[in-house]
Design a binder for this molecule. Structure first.
Ligand code: PGA
Length: 247
């Protein structure tokens, strides 16, 4: 799957042009295996723009409950809006909004309960990467966020090294492949039904490096920030994905 993470970008006029362009560009291929995570305020606009297409529209985050929680979007609102998936644990949420594995595990549990696919984002800092602590960090994040609560219909993991996000720097695709295999092993050994999850790579994916990632066996797709804001570039990446993963 390829997911566009728009973060706090977009406006009604440019979103409309973006959706129209994607539909034109994807007229032969269709829009399966593609997700878009716009801001909450643009969710319905994007959902309606693709009403006749096989595209998944999701949230970038969710709260753990509803009711007296000013400013929040609750899991039941996500269900009511027909939200297909939800990112949780993005490093920007962890850093800017002080989210830790404990709160992310509550979000994960609520999504599983609500039958919304969680896309759990994990990743190490540059210091951890340099110190050879990547696997240790990822294993802790997975175990503390999912706490053995694994459901096979759901759970996708997005591996996003923090130092690669929006920086133009990326790890070597072969190294990412090895890390994805490790992530699948960690989830599988914690899973009652032998689940090996889809693992997406995120962090400065663009149309020049996408093929190098998608050629790798354990890289099942991508979570794309900056490069997803341009419909043409995003379409180019989808075409590269199709060539490598939908043969
Ligand atoms: P980027 O963002 O593609 O701009 O590096 C990825 C992400 O934060 O999900």
């Amino acid at each position: 799957m390829i997911i566009a993470n728009w973060k706090a970008n977009g406006d009604i006029k440019s979103n409309k042009a973006w959706c129209n362009q994607l539909i034109v560009r994807m007229s032969n291929r269709g829009l399966k295996s593609i997700g878009i995570a716009p801001s909450f305020i643009h969710f319905n606009q994007i959902k309606n723009a693709f009403i006749n297409n096989d595209i998944k529209v999701g949230f970038q985050d969710i709260d753990i409950d509803g009711g007296a929680r000013t400013g929040s979007i609750s899991p039941s609102m996500a269900v009511d809006s027909d939200c297909s998936f939800c990112l949780i644990g993005h490093s920007e949420r962890r850093e800017i909004f002080n989210e830790d594995n404990n709160i992310i595990s509550k979000k994960y549990k609520m999504l599983v309960k609500s039958h919304i696919k969680p896309v759990l984002c994990i990743g190490e800092s540059f210091e951890e990467f340099k110190a050879g602590k990547t696997e240790q960090k990822l294993q802790t994040q997975i175990q503390e966020c999912i706490q053995g609560n694994i459901s096979s219909e759901n759970l996708t993991i997005a591996y996003e090294p923090i130092w690669a996000i929006g920086s133009g720097n990326t790890p070597k695709p072969k190294d990412v492949n090895t890390i994805h295999e490790f992530i699948k092993d960690v989830v599988q050994s914690a899973s009652e039904n032998n689940l090996r999850p889809q693992v997406l790579y995120g962090g400065s994916v663009n149309k020049s490096n996408a093929a190098d990632f998608f050629v790798e066996k354990n890289i099942d797709g991508a979570l794309i920030g900056g490069a997803s804001l341009d419909a043409d570039i995003f379409s180019d990446i989808i075409e590269i994905y199709s060539r490598h993963k939908e043969k």
